[in-house]
Write a protein of this length. Structure first.
Length: 343
């Protein structure tokens, strides 16, 4: 089993497998009238991280699912990363997870089932870290390995964070560095330096649990996590949902410091191109290297947080007490010709 490289059994990797934003929009668009559920506070309309249903007693249920093909070769680590990524959607809404069930697709005639067992063990380890049970799930025989979770969470209604409630002048923060897609593509091409993939893996394994605490801060006015659509894609969703634009400073965006050689070697995920083709008309002209980073699909990426400017110091001090040294990389501004302008 130690010789099995899971990434060689899939055509995509992690959140880079996601259908592009433009194609997804066409899939979700329908002329069929929808039934209105007044207790459904967040559904498909806002392109948010999870669905939210009001229980009527001040508490809301958060429901989400996320799954993908292997992003790393080790089965245990794959299961763990997929689980951190799925649970992140609950944290991105300002909530706390309470339970998860597994989604497993496995090529039973290609890869031993003992490897799938390791995937589930990795998932259980993360669920234990998050303080929730892996309570069941569903599996199918599948041409490529696929794993993820459906996660249920809870949030007090006043602490619910959305991706369409940003305010003019708010500062933008990102809790994890960019470059996951570039680094894991280098691994797939056997071009990665071991300590670099270790750094990327450690980042992907970091729970976004701070999101549950950020939900309690009223000066955090919008939040989402950065995954398969890249920073630009998820920022565009936040801006368009809030009827605003963003101005960001490329030099201030958190990123891994070792990416340049991999970019020169063209270690660029296919998802980067699909992302850029979907939203390039919404973004000011940028260089090729900027595009490669800003459209890079992130797996288990960080939280994108919009904070009232007058409370920036309080936010940064709060983040510091949770182990994050955060500085803003941009701000929300009144609607402009471009949804996002990169300086």
């Amino acid at each position: 089993m130690d010789d099995i490289r899971l990434t060689q059994y899939s055509h995509g990797a992690g959140c880079g497998c996601k259908i592009s934003p433009a194609v997804l929009d066409s899939i979700l668009h329908s002329e069929v009238p929808k039934t209105v559920f007044t207790s459904l506070l967040v559904g498909n309309e806002s392109k948010d991280d999870a669905a939210v249903f009001d229980l009527g007693n001040g508490t809301c249920v958060i429901s989400t699912t996320d799954f993908f093909m292997p992003i790393v070769d080790d089965a245990f680590t794959f299961g763990a990363i997929a689980s951190v990524n799925a649970i992140s959607d609950v944290y991105a809404m300002g909530g706390e997870p309470v339970m998860a069930v597994a989604i497993l697709g496995w090529p039973v005639n290609k890869i031993p089932t003992a490897v799938a067992k390791k995937v589930l063990e990795g998932s259980r380890s993360v669920c234990e870290r998050a303080g929730i049970p892996l309570a069941g799930g569903h599996s199918i025989d599948c041409p490529e390995p696929v794993f993820g979770l459906a996660v249920t969470g809870l949030v007090k209604q006043e602490n619910l964070k959305r991706n369409n409630s940003g305010k003019v002048g708010s500062l933008l923060y990102l809790t994890k560095p960019l470059g996951i897609g570039i680094t894991t593509t280098a691994q797939k091409k056997n071009a990665v330096i071991p300590e670099h993939i270790t750094a990327a893996t450690d980042t992907m394994l970091m729970l976004n649990a701070i999101g549950g605490e950020l939900g309690k801060l009223q000066f955090v006015n919008a939040m989402t996590d950065v995954t398969g659509f890249g920073l630009l894609g998820h920022l565009c969703e936040l801006c368009e949902g809030s009827s605003l634009s963003a101005e960001i400073e490329f030099a201030k965006i958190p990123r891994f410091e070792f990416l340049d050689p991999y970019i020169k070697q063209k270690c660029i995920p296919g998802g980067t191109i699909r992302n850029w083709d979907s939203y390039q008309q919404k973004v000011s002209p940028i260089s090729e290297d900027q595009k490669v980073l800003l459209a890079d699909p992130q797996t288990s990426g960080g939280l994108l947080v919009s904070v009232d400017e007058v409370h920036a110091g309080s936010f940064e001090r709060f983040a510091s007490t949770h182990g994050y040294a955060l500085k803003p990389f941009g701000r929300l501004v009144p609607k402009e010709d471009y949804v996002v302008t990169v300086r």
